[in-house]
Design a protein around this ligand. Structure first.
Ligand code: FE2
Length: 542
């Protein structure tokens, strides 16, 4: 791969774009759909992991009709790429050629460096006589820059069979975001009908069976990237992503998963290796040579974003008093040390943590059976009288205490966890026995699923039904550090970070089964610098 840079162009770009660039959305959303479904670039384009001087670009080429995802056939080819300061590619800032072929499922990933900070760029790939759709992306501000504002879309849990990805489309259309943060469950491993929209398959997955092999995972990734709304959001903004369990299998831990049967589905390490290879090929993410996906991003003096991996190193899920066992871990030792040192030592105002599973304690022990049933199915709570969801941080008390105690001991403030996984919306203050309710150690904003089932879907009742509302009230009463929760909505969050405050706005879809579904603002909560107390907002951020 080559990476040429026109120095005069670079200087012109750098001079023209001070501060944090913001996208204008309309052309972007169009960019994701401006190509034929049978074209060479039918899986769209994407960018991710922005640095002050670089960005990761992604595409997949279908050079011949038979070179389909997972097929293992098709020629080795060279794919051109260009990064420019304008959408017409008159001022090319970097360009090159990169090879691909069936050995990497014809995916293309280019780590472009030498770019200007805090700058919007357009990019495209070329093959034969044609160009891919154009993507737009932006680099991060310099580490020492004073940044006024950062806005990001926050999403998780996009189940193909449960609906369409209108949440992605609505984010792509906004035009005021710098970034998308995806907290995991980008795709699901199930076969058709095994996890759908409350019993209805809105659209069937490919392959039709549960994905197990490298070819299976490649086909499933390929299917997802035919979705026009997903492609639009990838083309519109850089993404920073991490995985949760379903990128491999439900309730994964370091040595297995709830949805993995070694006797009939092969050895767990083989399945993980297949899933991770396909993920590495198909996602715009930088994964270390050691396979580590946990990593950190900086947005000037304003914010740092630590993305966690809570699946690869964790102990097996348990229940009862074993959740307090200090020998058990959700992060693994190396990631815990990296997280503690990074949070306490950060010079950024806001320490954001991309946290795939919920940090705040949720005690469900006193909830009535009618609610525990669907909540249990949703949260993965064993139906044997367990009072906690042992798949989230509640199941790994020693690690949570170690992290929170470290924040307190080092006087580390302004930590905000951004969380997915449980398909419901929450605004939490993070407390432990050592903090008490009066002075929470951190804030936590939990975004709903893009489409995956939640409480009304399990109850087979409409959104906003009385049982869900009562359930939310009971959860808040039982858990006073939970300041708000909503159990029925699907959609996304928009996080706005300024030097003074960090706020999340929740948007829910009218109908997850419709690609053109509208979304509406349902709640906003903010936390001020120096405090972790949540404040309710009365209107969406302007
Ligand atoms: Fe999920």
């Amino acid at each position: 791969m080559t990476n040429t840079l026109d120095r005069r162009t670079l200087l012109r770009i750098a001079g023209a774009s001070a501060g944090t660039a913001v996208l204008a959305g309309a052309t972007l959303a169009a960019a994701g759909t401006a190509h034929a479904a049978d074209g060479a670039f039918r899986h769209g384009v994407a960018s991710g992991d922005p640095l002050p001087d670089g960005i990761l670009l992604w595409t997949r080429i279908t050079p011949t009709p038979e070179a389909l995802p997972g097929s293992g056939v098709g020629p080795d080819v060279d794919v051109r790429w260009q990064v420019a300061a304008d959408p017409d590619f008159r001022s090319v800032a970097a360009e090159g050629v990169t090879p691909t072929g069936p050995g990497r499922d014809h995916t293309v990933k280019v780590a472009v460096s030498g770019l200007a900070p805090a700058t919007t760029y357009w990019y495209r790939f070329g093959y034969a006589d044609g160009w891919s759709p154009t993507g737009r992306t932006m680099t991060a501000p310099p580490v020492d820059a004073a940044v006024d504002r950062l806005r990001m879309g926050v999403v998780s849990c996009a189940n193909w069979e449960a609906g369409h990805f209108a949440a992605y489309r609505r984010l792509a259309d906004r035009g005021d975001l710098n970034l998308v943060v995806h907290l995991g469950d980008y795709l699901y491993e199930y076969g058709t009908g095994e996890f759908d929209a409350g019993g209805t398959v809105v659209r069937p997955v490919e392959p039709a069976h549960e994905v197990l092999t490298l070819a299976d995972y490649r086909i499933r990734h390929g299917l997802y990237k035919t979705d026009p709304d997903l492609r639009a959001l990838h083309a519109a903004l850089p993404w920073v992503i991490t995985w949760d369990d379903h990128e491999v299998a439900n309730d994964a831990w370091s040595g297995g998963a709830e949805n993995h049967t070694p006797g009939t589905e092969g050895a767990w390490p083989d399945r993980v290796a297949a899933a991770r290879q396909a993920y590495q090929e198909w996602m715009p993410v930088r994964i270390g040579a050691d396979g580590a996906i946990y990593r950190r991003f900086r947005y000037g003096q304003l914010a740092e974003l630590s993305m966690l991996d809570l699946r690869s190193y964790r102990s097996q899920q348990t229940s009862g008093t074993a959740v307090d066992d200090p020998a058990r871990t959700i992060t693994g030792d190396a990631q815990m040390q990296w997280l503690k040192a990074g949070l306490a030592g950060s010079t950024a105002r806001w320490k954001l943590v991309g946290n795939p599973v919920m940090m705040a304690r949720v005690d469900v022990g006193s909830l009535p059976a009618w609610l525990l049933g669907p909540l249990g199915a949703l949260l993965g709570i064993p139906q044997n009288g367990a009072v906690l969801n042992a798949d989230q941080w509640d199941g790994y008390n020693a690690d949570r205490n170690e992290l929170v105690d470290h924040l307190r001991a080092t006087g580390t403030r302004d930590v905000v966890f951004l969380t997915g996984d449980i398909h419901t919306s929450w605004a939490n203050e993070v407390t432990t026995r050592s903090t008490g309710l009066s002075d929470p150690a951190a804030a936590e904003f939990v975004v709903p699923s893009v489409t995956s089932d939640n409480v009304d879907d399990f109850l087979n009742l409409p959104a906003g039904n009385g049982l869900s509302l009562l359930g939310a009230t009971l959860l808040r009463t039982t858990n006073p550090h939970v300041k708000w929760t909503e159990l029925d909505g699907h959609g996304y969050g928009v996080l706005e970070v300024t030097p003074q405050r960090c706020r999340m706005d929740w948007y829910h879809l009218a109908d997850r089964t419709r690609a053109d579904s509208a979304s509406r603002w349902v709640a906003g909560f903010s936390v001020g610098a120096g405090s972790s107390r949540l404040r309710r907002e009365n209107a969406p951020a302007g």
